[in-house]
Write a protein that binds this ligand. Structure first.
Ligand code: FAD
Length: 418
């Protein structure tokens, strides 16, 4: 499909990726209509603070918004808020919304993100004290509860669950984290980092239960009163937070006939198999240049980068997506910054004191090449790690392990690999 500066671009969703895309289109000189349709009642906002500063009550709603409302008016970007796209006709190039409106488009971008994975327990759906954290409203509902002194069960020891647990502890709640795997963050990091976060949360007063299956949420008077685990232990609770991952919102795309498989399948340009139809952000399943195959990334930098990429494609300057994946997590005074892909690593190099301190880095290598880094309160190692990964550096293990050996100056030892 030929790029045109005046094509009508319809974006399904009005979250992080959609907001970035609209801004990038106008910044790049796109002159046609840009319309965002989002099912939430907000202008595009950023979610990372939801489980951090916004939950702590330290930032206002306005600070979550990517841009003030005036921006969209001033740049002639239409944002339909509180409206969901229900169907998309790929051949007729139209989309129907739940308010009855039908929109025409020349290019359509699915930026529909995901929703929290729910526990398959009908009793839980109607319980009044069960929470998820995906939207501003979710956090406001959580903040309306009495937090100090209350007993919270956090089901799921992934990043969102642990970040919320950390904030709840800072607000003086009593917190139990229930994780089915035998370590925290098992899906996303190595045992050494899992051990570290277990130590930190335990030191901060969280009761962490590993290899713990929830057998039953006991509901009394419309609220979960006790979480019963598989080993028979009973955890009395005042509130329950479920943080067991995300499900991509790919149903509208699937009904339209697009290739959907745990997300909307796209190529390295974020294009689907139909000309003029794209998917970006959490919902997009795209080629993985690091490991082959397809991957779906749930991170803010990925959403922003893919948005910029598609804006450029629409403007006729398309390039393949091969940005290094990265993200961060804040828990207590600990900032984790992670980059690259540790999948299939064969060697781990720990730089600094992972056993008792709160500042160290872990480098992941495959066949001697640095593939990923997890930096704990070590921004310099994070920056150096990203450069090493980008250049497929081969670094002597002893250098990586020795904090007194500067990594920045050693970028040039990118010799044998790549
Ligand atoms: C609590 C929390 C903390 C996070 N912390 C971090 C972090 O520290 N670092 C990091 O890198 N990432 C973090 N993330 C992930 C990051 O926020 C996401 O990767 C990012 O928001 C993805 O952007 P997106 O636009 O793809 O999806 P979203 O931001 O989810 O936006 C999708 C929008 O589309 C709407 N929508 C869905 N279907 C339709 C439809 N049919 N019609 C209209 N609208 C629709 C949805 O309601 C939603 O508003 C966090 C996420 C959460 C929830």
């Amino acid at each position: 499909m030929e790029p045109t500066r005046d094509s009508r671009v319809l974006v399904v969703g009005a979250g992080q990726a959609a907001g970035e895309l609209a801004g990038a289109l106008r910044a790049g000189g796109h002159e046609g209509h840009v319309t965002l349709v989002g099912s939430e009642p907000h202008f595009p906002y950023t979610r990372p603070p939801l489980s951090k500063a916004y939950l702590r009550g330290e930032v206002a709603i306005a600070e979550l918004y990517l841009r003030p409302a005036d921006f969209y008016r001033d740049h002639d970007i239409t944002v339909h808020r509180g409206v969901a796209v229900e169907w998309v006709d790929l051949h007729g190039r139209r989309a129907g919304c739940d308010d009855g409106s039908v929109l025409d488009w020349d290019r359509i971008v699915f930026a529909t993100g995901g929703r929290p994975r729910r526990v398959a327990d009908p009793g839980l759906e109607s319980a009044g004290n069960v929470h998820y954290v995906r939207t501003i409203e979710d956090v406001e509902r959580l903040r309306r509860t009495t937090i100090a002194g209350s007993r919270f069960a956090v089901v799921g020891g992934g990043y969102v669950g642990l970040e919320v647990a950390a904030v709840l502890r800072r607000l003086d709640a009593r917190v139990t984290v229930i994780e089915a795997a035998d370590r925290l963050l098992a899906r996303v990091t190595s045992p050494v980092v899992s051990e570290f976060f277990l130590r930190v949360h335990t030191q901060e007063g969280v009761d962490v239960r590993l290899s713990a299956q929830v057998e039953l949420f006991q509901v009394e008077d419309g609220n979960v009163s006790t979480v019963v685990l598989g080993d028979g232990s009973r955890i009395p609770v005042d509130q329950v937070l479920i943080g067991i991952g995300m499900v991509p919102n790919d149903e509208v795309a699937a009904r339209a006939g697009l290739d959907v498989d745990n997300g909307i399948v796209v190529d390295e340009f974020c294009r689907t198999g139909t000309a003029g139809v794209y998917a970006i952000g959490d919902v997009a399943r795209h080629p993985d240049p690091l490991n082959g195959g397809l991957r779906r990334l749930e991170s803010m930098p990925n959403a922003a980068a893919q948005a910029r990429l598609v804006a450029e494609d629409i403007l006729g300057r398309g390039r393949p997506y091969n940005d290094l994946p990265w993200f961060w997590s804040d828990q207590y005074d600990v900032k984790l910054q992670a980059a690259g892909s540790s999948a299939g690593y064969d060697t781990v190099a720990v730089r600094g004191d992972a056993m008792s301190g709160r500042r160290f880095s872990v480098f992941y290598l495959r066949d001697g090449v640095v593939r990923a880094v997890d930096a704990i309160c070590s921004p310099a190692d994070f920056a150096a790690g990203k450069a090493l990964i980008a250049s497929s550096a081969v670094v002597p293990l002893s250098d990586l392990q020795d904090p007194s050996v500067p990594l920045r100056r050693r970028r040039s030892f990118t010799s044998e690999a790549s």
